[in-house]
Design a protein around this ligand. Structure first.
Ligand code: SF4
Ligand code: SF4
Ligand code: SF4
Length: 346
């Protein structure tokens, strides 16, 4: 264990812990943009700088491991001034169109600009303006708003293991893009969207569907497969407008394309909400009791005429484990056949 002092508070942490994480354990907040707790440190945004006694210049706390007897100060007028300058530099070629940006109200960059009271910018000059031309079906890539924090590149490589995007070019021309600047063609897990601290990456389906402040968040479980990832449905006026997942869930906030983007069926007007019975060649809405009595009578009739093994039951990966258990029990114990299968084997 290593003992150090942060802002006058003594703490003992495991060797290898970063100063940023040690400060977090003491509930000391240090601003960051490029840091993400699930990704390897980058030290790119320089906002997490701290002063360490005996070291002549500030150090980035996300990349500095703790050392025995270290004395760290996280906030001084000089550090705050440097942070404000860094933010001004980051914002110097930013579009600042918070009024129409999907991320407004949920944007780390906007939040920090507010906290540091940045209105005017001393560093006006050339701007990076990119055409929004990515034809992929899910992810809106508004690279004018990219601050090159690298979170999307890291998550795609370190978590998803895909490596669909990377930094290209150098200096002011640096940008994040797929190989040869082609349209994004990847797994569309949306992990990059989830970690982007600005409005550079958002969901195409979310556009103009509601500000975060008007959204009611409802935690639920994904029904697409037996993995059962935790989802948060963002509901506005009784319509699901976005899906996210929280970092403190067992799936750590990571989802697949189906869980994150495959939710339009929930709002579909074509969705079946009542059972249908075919009469005279036409489907007609029925009551549940009526439909269940009909199924029961038909199953009995088939069983009597052709035997239980003439009946088969096909269950679904969309059901819960308990529902699938009940279904096979019903087929075996009530119908009397082992002809049970599951859509996941198709
Ligand atoms: S990314 Fe953030 S700071 Fe930039 S325009 Fe959108 S809300 Fe505003
Ligand atoms: S959607 Fe997933 S696979 Fe595609 S770029 Fe983003 S993180 Fe990588
Ligand atoms: S797209 Fe978002 S996550 Fe990726 S580098 Fe730019 S700001 Fe960071």
């Amino acid at each position: 264990m290593v003992k150090l002092t942060i802002d006058g508070k003594i703490i003992e942490v495991a060797e290898g812990t970063t100063v940023l994480d040690a400060a977090k354990m003491l509930n000391i907040e240090i601003p960051t943009l490029c840091h993400h707790p699930k990704l390897t440190p980058f030290g790119g945004c320089r906002l997490c700088i701290v002063e360490v006694k005996g070291v002549p210049r500030p150090l980035t706390s996300c990349t500095t491991p703790v050392a025995e007897g270290m004395e760290v100060t996280t906030s001084t007028p000089a550090l705050e001034d440097l942070r404000r300058t860094m933010l001004e530099l980051i914002l110097s070629d930013h579009p600042n169109d918070c009024m129409v940006c999907e991320k407004a109200g949920d944007c780390t960059l906007q939040e920090l600009a507010y906290f540091y009271g940045i209105r005017e910018n001393r560093f006006g000059g050339e701007r990076r303006i990119y055409e929004k031309r990515d034809g992929n079906p899910f992810i809106e890539r508004d690279m004018d708003k990219c601050i090159l924090c690298g979170r999307c590149v890291k998550v795609c490589d370190e978590i998803q293991g895909v490596g669909a995007i990377d930094f290209a070019y150098r200096g002011f021309k640096s940008k994040i893009c797929p190989t040869f600047e082609r349209d994004l063609d990847c797994e569309f897990c949306g992990q990059c969207v989830a970690v982007c601290p600005t409005g550079a990456l958002t969901g195409k389906m979310w556009q103009l569907r509601g500000r975060q402040k008007d959204i009611k968040e409802i935690d639920t479980t994904c029904s697409y497969c037996g993995t059962g990832c935790n989802l948060t449905l963002h509901v506005r006026q009784n319509e699901v407008v976005r899906v996210t997942s929280k970092e403190d869930t067992w799936n750590e906030g990571w989802l697949c394309a189906k869980g994150r983007f495959g939710y339009s069926f929930i709002n579909s007007p074509d969705r079946l909400k009542k059972p249908l019975i075919k009469r005279n060649g036409e489907f007609e809405e029925a009551l549940w009791d009526e439909a269940l009595d009909y199924i029961s009578a038909k199953l009995k009739e088939i069983k009597e005429r052709h035997g239980a093994d003439s009946i088969a039951g096909l269950s679904s990966a969309r059901c819960t484990t308990e529902e699938n258990y009940l279904f096979q029990k019903f087929m075996r114990a009530a119908v009397g056949t082992n002809n049970v299968d599951h859509c996941a084997r198709l």
